[in-house]
Structure formats: structure tokens, C-alpha cells
Design a protein around this ligand. Structure first.
Ligand code: ATP
Length: 368
């Protein structure tokens, strides 16, 4: 069993800086957990504490049922793949993968079996005699993975393993890692600041900010039901649009006043806003770019229609990003590439009211 648990884990560096604050997480066997968040939020520090490369200042770390706070890294049954996958340049691919096993005095025949098995999984069989300098970036990355795989660990820790690769290779290796997880059936904890990697790879994602866990959930839930403004803005690209709106309540109906116009909220959302006591208050209104549409059909049937002048038009192939302002707030719409809207045009937009997010302006917590 490769379950892991972190209970009230904290990291205070010797200079007094608290990099990780009261981190709590239960990781089940075979999960693919992603730590994501902006630079400096404490992702790597948390991973390094799990690896045993960094002391835990307070709290408990368990692998299975065993408390491992004071267990040496090599005795934790975990393998770590770093972003700077330093391979030994003078050794062949085979020897790079075999090195750790040789150190541990594993019998030669067994080493051979393990290295060849890993090479097969990673499609490195034809490259076993090559030296690292004769490999592409992606191939080197696979060798680094191979070194971890041959150890047959219960848990893989990966710290931005794709960050040194070019965009195309990143996408390719991303799929490789997803396949690897399925094939090996091990628990993986993976650090990235790339939310596409987080969304596509994770069974669950831990979003961090300033050393504090903001939300732990499946990719879909994080995207559809962000717990606060930070998570809403961090997950999704282009990011969610935010603007100020005033809540107007009449009986059991509630509307948001935006740019001088009222949008009536669907009943479930109205209920949350009314029950929260937001009548007459200013809240933060959030809407994802894909929920802002300029197509005639949608605009003609919507009750939340606005007009603005296009500032910027960006064609991305199948879709177009349109940028405009509403009540001085910048808005991005992600629309079909058949749109005829161009910079300078006055265009009507509809918001999908079912997809509206509303946040408390002070606490930044999600209201609905
Ligand atoms: P990145 O994506 O940039 O790698 P991260 O989320 O992995 O960021 P960490 O490397 O965990 O962030 O660092 C968290 C915070 O702890 C940062 O503010 C960093 O400056 C600080 N920090 C890291 N190592 C030390 C150290 N040895 N002493 C003091 N502070 C440190």
C-alpha cells in the first residue's frame, strides 16, 4: 500500500520563513496528485519534505501506516525525478539506469532484468548503449524516469520534470507520464506551475498559495466549482474574467447590476446570494472566457447581453480570443473562429448566467 498522509505539516526555514503552513492531505494508493501554484508557494518544499530532503518542522508524515518524519530518504521507498535530471555523462543509458541498483548491490542478472523492463516501458530499448549527449531532451528525460522506475518505488515524486523541454516535447512527455502512471499503478506526486499539466494529469489537484493549501479536488471540480477567487483565477487559461457587481434583491429574486445593467440570477444562485445576506452589497462577479459568447443565436436568446468595442482580436486556429472592456473591467471572450468581430467593432456579447461565479469581495470566498 502506498497511501500517504500529511497531518498539520509545517516548514519553517532556518531564517524563520514559514514556507508551508498546516498542510493536511490524505493520498490514496495509486493516486496521481498534483501540487500546483505560483512560484514560491511551497510546492517543492512540500515535495522535498515527503522525499526526506528537507526536515519537517512540525506535523506528521506517514507512508502507509508508518510515520517517516525521521526516516532516511533512501529508506522511504520513494523515487524522485527532478527538473534538472542530471544524468552521468560518461555512462551509457544502461549504466545510468543500473547505477543505483549496483550501489545497492543488487545481483547483476536482476539489474539486467529491471533495466530492460524499464527500457521497454519507456521505449528506450534501442538507446541503451548511447551516452546522454547523444540523446534528445525527451529521451534524456525518459532515462531520468527510468532511473526512478528501476527502483520499483511505492511512490514517485516528480518536481517539474518537463520544465526543461520545448513545448512540443512537453505535450508528448505529458502523455507518456499519464501512460506510465496507468502501466505502473503507483502513487505519483507531481509538482508543476503549469495548470494544463495539472488539469490533464492529476486525479486530484492541490492548489497552493503562500504556503497555504487553497483547495484539494478533482480537475473538473476545481474548474467548475473553485472554492475561492484565487483558485478561480489560477485554474483556466485565459483566466476567468472578474468584475464588480452590485446585488439587488426583490423577494426571492436576485440580480447583479453590472455596467448599469441588471442580470437576473438563476434561482439556485439567487438563493445563495440572498441567504448570504448580500442584498445591496458589492460582490465580485466571475465568468470564464468560454461562457462569454458573441454568436447571434446566443445573443438573441440571452437575458444577459452587453455591448462593447473590441480592443484586440487573437486568432488561435479553431477559436478566437476577443478582448474588450466592460465598465472599465477588461474582459476576454473565447469564441468560435467564424466570428466576424474585429478591433474597433461594436459587438454584442451574452454571458451564460448558469455559469456565473460570485465571490465575496472581502474574504474572496465563493458564494455560488
Ligand atoms: P517554484 O515554482 O518557484 O519552484 P515553489 O512553490 O516550489 O516555487 P518553494 O521552492 O517550495 O516554492 O519555496 C517556497 C518558499 O520558501 C519561497 O518563498 C522560497 O523563497 C522559500 N525558501 C525555499 N528554500 C528556502 C531556504 N532554504 N531558506 C529560506 N527560504 C527558502
Amino acid at each position: 500500500m502506498a497511501s500517504l498522509s500529511l497531518e498539520h505539516v509545517t516548514k519553517v526555514y532556518p531564517n524563520g520563513f514559514e514556507a508551508v503552513k498546516d498542510f493536511n492531505l490524505e493520498i490514496q494508493d495509486k493516486e496521481f496528485i498534483i501540487f500546483v501554484g505560483p512560484s514560491g508557494c511551497g510546492k517543492s518544499t512540500t515535495l522535498r519534505m515527503i522525499a526526506g530532503l528537507e526536515d519537517i518542522s512540525s506535523g506528521t508524515l506517514k507512508i502507509g501506516d508508518r510515520v517517516v518524519n525521521d526516516v532516511e530518504p533512501k529508506d522511504r521507498d520513494i523515487a524522485m525525478v527532478f527538473q534538472n535530471y542530471a544524468l552521468y555523462p560518461h555512462m551509457t543509458v544502461y549504466d545510468n539506469m543500473a547505477f543505483g541498483l549496483k550501489l545497492r548491490k543488487v545481483p547483476k542478472a536482476e539489474i539486467d532484468k529491471m533495466v530492460r523492463e524499464a527500457a521497454k516501458i519507456l521505449d528506450l530499448e534501442k538507446l541503451l548503449d548511447r551516452k546522454p549527449k547523444a540523446l534528445s531532451g525527451g529521451q534524456r528525460q525518459r532515462v531520468a524516469m527510468g532511473r526512478a522506475i528501476v527502483r520499483n518505488p511505492k511512490v514517485f515524486l516528480m518536481d517539474e520534470p518537463l520544465s526543461n523541454l520545448d513545448a512540443k516535447l512537453r505535450v508528448q512527455m505529458r502523455t507518456e507520464i499519464a501512460k506510465l502512471h496507468q502501466r505502473l499503478g503507483t502513487t505519483i506526486i507531481y509538482v508543476t506551475h503549469d495548470q494544463t499539466e495539472a488539469m490533464t494529469l492529476g486525479t486530484r489537484i492541490v492548489v497552493m498559495k503562500d504556503g497555504v493549501v487553497q483547495q484539494v479536488d478533482t480537475p473538473q471540480n476545481l474548474y467548475d466549482k473553485p472554492g475561492n477567487l484565487f483558485v478561480a483565477g489560477f485554474m483556466g487559461s485565459p483566466q476567468m474574467n472578474f468584475l464588480d457587481a452590485e446585488v439587488e434583491v426583490q423577494g426571492d429574486k436576485a440580480s447583479l447590476k453590472i455596467a448599469g445593467q441588471s442580470i437576473e440570477l438563476p434561482p439556485a444562485k439567487a438563493k445563495k446570494v440572498i441567504e448570504g445576506g448580500y442584498a445591496g452589497k458589492t460582490v465580485t462577479f466571475g465568468i470564464r472566457p468560454e461562457d462569454v459568447d458573441d454568436s447571434e443565436m446566443v445573443v438573441n436568446t440571452s437575458k444577459a447581453v452587453f455591448e462593447s468595442t473590441i480592443n484586440v482580436y487573437e486568432l488561435l486556429g479553431a477559436e478566437v480570443y476577443l478582448y474588450f472592456d466592460l465598465d472599465k473591467f477588461p474582459i476576454t471572450a473565447r469564441v468560435d473562429s467564424r466570428t466576424t468581430a474585429r478591433p474597433g467593432d461594436k459587438v454584442k456579447f451574452a454571458f451564460d448566467v448558469e455559469k456565473i461565479h460570485i465571490f465575496d469581495k472581502e474574504t474572496e470566498k465563493t458564494i455560488t
